[in-house]
Write a protein that binds this ligand. Structure first.
Ligand SMILES: C[C@@]1(CC(=O)O)C2=NC(=C\c3[nH]c(c(CCC(=O)O)c3CC(=O)O)Cc3[nH]c(c(CC(=O)O)c3CCC(=O)O)/C=C3\N/C(=C\2)[C@@H](CCC(=O)O)[C@]3(C)CC(=O)O)/[C@H]1CCC(=O)O
Ligand SMILES: NC(=O)c1ccc[n+]([C@@H]2O[C@H](COP(=O)([O-])OP(=O)(O)OC[C@H]3O[C@@H](n4cnc5c(N)ncnc54)[C@H](O)[C@@H]3O)[C@@H](O)[C@H]2O)c1
Length: 247
């Protein structure tokens, strides 16, 4: 019998936004694929250690090392490299080394991605679009990485160009709101009010909102009271505006 609940479609991945800030990520290999992995984990504020012999370092990897964006050991992988490591990414052209590293990670329960060896990956990478705080990842679950690239570019092209900036502003407003209304039990009221701002304000207005505008807008924080940017700007910071509201 078909229930009223979402039907389960097995065979997918659990897509999460993994917080690796200040976690130790080991990257084994220093080629083009390693260069891409390094950008991915540095963008998530991880502490990165690269292990790869100097003679075959890709230019970009060499640059990151020189700029001290990553720590570096100039040699092939050794098992002791796994000490104190939270995540491992390998991108080496040596399948035996890959498998050895994967087995050690598995024993030590360290999550690992072995580039191009899906059965030896605890997680896959995806094709990622980034615009400020916004990240969109496309996965085809190993079926077609090039297709993931194509879908990601299509999605990115269909987005408004100021969506990242708008989300950044909303983040500032939300943090201010939590200061104005810090109580745990205010949660539902806060969420409803924030949702209405997001739904009713045009993206351009969200982007144009200054910190001063935010302070005035927060003066109207009560259920079903959402002035527009224009109305906010007609308001005195202290006195309430009496005209009709957007909501
Ligand atoms: C998304 C992206 C992220 C990234 O790596 O950053 C990524 N691969 C990308 C590109 C790409 N990779 C390959 C080609 C050549 C064309 C082709 O083969 O299609 C192209 C195209 C290109 O280079 O443009 C070769 C390839 N890839 C894998 C295998 C092994 C296999 O499938 O068995 C083979 C060799 C196949 C062979 O030898 O025949 C495996 C994986 N690659 C994944 C991710 C994971 C699944 C993601 C998913 O299914 O969505 C998974 C499972 C594991 C992993 O590596 O995490 C990145 C695009 C980023 C972007 O541009 O936006
Ligand atoms: N998933 C993907 O998107 C994708 C795309 C292309 C290639 N690949 C695969 O990723 C792997 C790496 O690709 P690449 O183009 O960066 O290769 P590459 O040949 O440019 O680089 C390999 C690097 O690994 C280093 N290395 C080799 N053995 C090592 C060891 N034991 N310890 C430490 N470092 C070692 C080499 O010195 C070199 O810097 C290959 O297996 C390739 O097939 C994956």
């Amino acid at each position: 019998m078909k229930g009223p609940y979402p039907e389960i479609q097995g065979g997918g991945s659990l897509i999460l936004a993994w917080q690796v800030r200040n976690k130790r990520v080991l990257v084994v290999g220093g080629g083009e694929v390693a260069a891409g992995r390094i950008v991915n984990v540095l963008n998530a504020d991880a502490k990165v250690l690269v292990v790869s012999p100097r003679e075959r370092l890709n230019e970009e990897v060499a640059y990151r090392i020189e700029q001290k964006q990553v720590d570096y050991i100039d040699r092939k992988f050794e098992p002791s490299d796994l000490d104190g490591v939270d995540m491992v990414l390998t991108a080496v052209d040596d399948p035996e080394a890959s498998t050895q590293i994967y087995k050690l990670c598995h024993e030590k329960k360290i999550p690992a991605n072995i580039a191009d060896v899906p059965p030896e990956c605890d997680f896959y990478f995806g094709s990622v679009h980034r615009d400020g705080p916004l990240q969109i990842m496309v996965s085809t679950n190993g079926n077609g990485p090039k297709m993931a690239n194509i879908v990601r570019r299509q999605i990115a092209a269909s987005l408004p160009n100021n969506i990242g900036a708008a989300i950044q502003k909303i983040g500032v407003l939300r943090r201010k709101l939590r200061k104005v209304a810090p109580l745990q039990e205010e949660g539902p009221k806060r969420m409803q009010w924030m949702s209405k701002v997001c739904e009713s304000w045009p993206l351009d207005d969200i982007c144009d909102m200054t910190e001063e505008d935010m302070e005035v807008l927060l003066g109207y924080y009560r259920p079903n009271c959402i002035p527009s940017l224009e109305e906010v700007r007609l308001s005195e910071p202290s006195g309430a505006y009496n005209g009709p509201f957007l909501i």
